[in-house]
Design a protein around this ligand. Structure first.
Ligand code: KDG
Length: 337
């Protein structure tokens, strides 16, 4: 399986030792971007991965390329153009203090590029799997055009398309996101996350009504079944977080596969760096689906992959399959179902 993702690669700047952005004198450089995070994690699991993005042709763009190459991600589809590398600042939270993200990505090379004449068929034709996320269309009208083209081309080429809704309230409003992302669903095979999708039944009622952020198995199953009736996904998955403090969470996930909903074990863990936990869930899920793991194992592998990321500094799950398996099989975690 050859995997490619399309999305903005971001430079991350974070003060050391839980210092505040306001008072620090130095920043640690990492690279992130939700879609690239998935590619880097998958490449570390041994999958053949490429990223399509646009970065400026300067030393910042080159440093970002070095990061991808160092993680065995192919960079050949990447375009060098524009002026600005999308950047974000991360102030890590601790104890009672929440973390803080400040985006500095407006007018970035990726957001500003004109994709109208881009030969996406030429770029995607050699790949089997395309991963996209709801962050890209939030960035600019050019990026909305890119998303629509990518979905249509991927379907025409018979690729498997995974899509992580990844709603970012700092980038766009809930209603715009809901309307645009809902239109993508007929092109998606593997859906990750269900917010902010618009899911109404024949009577115009939202099928998510009454469903809490921490749903019961029955509620989750009902929504997955309804979603599947409409779009016939290959798989639908979401993870559910239980926050205990800034530095301690529990995580579990639900997977809909072959007409049935599976619930993972609940894993409780301490947090070193929470950023990219959702992307590590996606990479674990995609990897398990590519490998043809049974659904019970797939959902547990995806959760363990995300849990592992929380113990790694930076946005990506730089780890191997054996470490995730070992974590997944550690019986000290509470089994829910
Ligand atoms: O999911 C992790 C991402 O949030 C991080 O890498 C930055 O891509 C990013 C974003 O748009 O928030």
């Amino acid at each position: 399986m050859r995997f490619i993702t399309i999305g903005e690669l971001l430079m991350r700047l974070s003060p050391p030792n839980y210092e505040k952005i306001r008072t620090t004198n130095s920043f640690i450089v990492n690279f992130g971007g939700a879609e690239a995070n998935v590619a880097v994690s998958l490449a570390n699991l041994g999958v053949d991965c490429s990223v399509f993005t646009v970065v400026p042709n300067n030393d910042i763009g080159k440093s970002a390329m070095r990061y991808l190459k160092a993680n065995d991600v192919h960079t050949s589809p990447i375009i060098f153009a524009g002026e600005r590398m999308g950047t974000y600042y991360l102030e890590e939270g601790i104890s009672v203090r929440a973390s803080q993200v400040i985006y500095d990505r407006k007018y970035s090379a990726f957001a500003e590029y004109d994709y109208t004449d881009l030969d996406l068929t030429g770029i995607l034709k050699d790949y089997d799997w395309l991963h996209l996320s709801g962050i890209t269309p939030a960035l600019s009208n050019n990026c909305k055009i890119l998303m629509e083209k990518a979905l249509v081309v991927a379907k025409r080429l018979g690729m498997t398309v995974s899509f992580d809704c990844n709603f970012r309230s700092k980038l766009w409003g809930f209603e715009e996101a809901r309307d645009i992302l809902s239109r993508y669903m007929p092109y998606v095979d593997v859906l990750i996350g269900i917010e902010p999708l618009h899911l109404v039944d024949e009577n115009g009622h939202d099928i998510k009504d009454g469903m809490s952020m921490q749903p019961s198995y029955e509620d989750q199953d009902r929504v997955f079944q309804e979603l599947d009736k409409r779009y016939h996904f290959k798989a639908i998955a979401r993870h559910v977080r239980y926050v205990h403090s800034s530095n301690s969470n529990s995580l579990k996930a639900y997977l809909f596969f072959g007409g049935k909903t599976y619930e993972s074990q609940l894993m409780t863990f301490n947090i070193l760096d929470r950023v990219g936990g959702g992307d590590a869930f996606s990479s674990g899920l995609i990897y398990a689906l590519m490998e043809g793991m049974p659904p019970e194992e797939t959902v547990n592998f995806a959760v363990a992959s995300s849990v592992m990321k929380h113990a790694i500094r930076g946005d990506t799950n730089i780890t191997d399959k054996e470490s995730i398996m070992r974590l997944m099989n550690n019986n000290s975690f509470e089994i829910q179902r």
